[in-house]
Design a protein around this ligand. Structure first.
Ligand SMILES: C[S@@+](CC[C@H](N)C(=O)[O-])C[C@H]1O[C@@H](n2cnc3c(N)ncnc32)[C@H](O)[C@@H]1O
Length: 333
């Protein structure tokens, strides 16, 4: 953002803060969590997200009762309140301005949400984000970038939603533009909402086996990962009298969505689900997926990539490993 625009915004924020200071009743707030509450800590001015934007942010994050929502720079607490009131989710608002926290604490009591939500005077850059399953933010692009590495370390599957601002080259999984006639900033009366799902870390080699008659067919996947973008290959290898033969190598270039990615193979799809212990490959039902063409070439009289495809009738389980020829399959429950 150009410095002058940021300067104007900060000017507006200062005016808002002065107005708040003049109108807020004196309340007591525990500031024990506050670090150094100096003006340079205020990275972003106080501007509220309109109710339609708040609704969209929480809808896109698919907030549910079991979620724990942390709003970074919680302002008057509206995002955390909405998550608690509409979805029954627990929440924490982290805010540098003690007066805004005082108001949010008062409103918590008025709304009888004391068991579900909390507000804390603290710098968002110093907040422990690890309990969150959903992070919401209406900050600025450079603040989003400062947070990016920390967000990527969160539990895979954690949803991050940001009002208006992106996250550098970490592409959003979803973006919505909504009409926002009440928007007080800028000429455009629209808001953008971006959603990222913290990707599972999948880089490396994954191994497993398919058994066909007496033959063990080794399946391995080599993955390179950049955020949710995956590239690499899926290889099918047979061992014949001690000789390894890679019969099929399928390139992978796809995006991880949550814990799932899809490997396109011809006009068929292999769906791959990741969990703590490994990857599970399965056919994109109802179509069977044939992942290898292995047969006896009648002319050469020996094993050769030919026909007799191996259907992916049962899910195949892959675990982390470097020596795929010695991989052992574990039954898929
Ligand atoms: C644009 S407002 C968003 C308010 C609310 N989240 C919403 O969407 O309506 C940004 C908020 O971040 C707060 N803030 C700015 N710098 C902060 C920091 N370093 N740590 C915590 N909060 C901060 C501001 O005081 C302001 O309330």
């Amino acid at each position: 953002m150009p410095t002058e625009v940021r300067f104007v915004i900060l000017g507006l924020a200062t005016a808002t803060l002065l107005l708040c200071a003049a109108s807020s009743p004196a309340l007591t707030v525990d500031q024990s969590q506050s670090q150094s509450n100096t003006p340079r800590d205020v990275d972003v001015p106080f501007v509220v997200s309109a109710p339609s934007v708040v609704r969209t942010m929480l809808e896109m994050a698919k907030v549910q009762k079991q979620d724990f929502v942390i709003d970074l720079g919680s302002g008057d607490g509206r995002i955390v309140f909405h998550a608690a009131q509409k979805y029954g989710a627990r929440g924490l608002g982290v805010e540098i301005d003690p007066k805004l926290v005082e108001t949010a604490v008062e409103d918590t009591q008025k709304l009888k949400l004391g068991g579900l939500v909390n507000f804390r005077v603290q710098s968002l850059l110093e907040t422990d984000l690890s309990p969150a399953t959903v992070i919401t933010m209406y900050l600025l692009p450079d603040v989003n970038l400062q947070l990016r590495d920390k967000l990527l370390q969160l539990k895979p599957g954690t949803r991050v939603v940001s009002h208006d601002w992106e996250m550098g080259d970490w592409q959003a999984d979803e973006m919505r533009v909504i009409q926002n006639p009440e928007k007080s900033l800028g000429l455009e009366k629209t808001s953008k909402v971006f959603l990222w799902v913290v990707p599972t870390r999948l880089a490396g080699r994954w191994c497993g086996q398919i058994h066909k008659e007496n033959e063990a067919i080794t399946v391995n996947i080599d993955i390179e990962q950049r955020y949710q973008e995956l590239s690499g290959s899926l290889s099918i290898t047979t061992a014949d009298a001690g000789t390894k033969k890679t019969v099929r190598k399928i390139p992978i270039r796809t995006n991880l969505v949550g814990n799932r990615f899809v490997i396109s193979h011809g006009n068929q799809d292999i769906v791959t689900d990741a969990d703590d212990a490994g990857l599970t490959l399965s056919a994109d039902a109802p179509r069977p997926v044939h992942i290898a063409d292995i047969g006896v070439n009648p002319l050469l009289g020996r094993r050769f990539p030919f026909f007799n495809t191996v259907p992916l009738a049962e899910p195949v389980r892959l675990t982390r490993g470097s020596d795929c020829m010695n991989a052992r399959t574990t039954p898929v429950k």
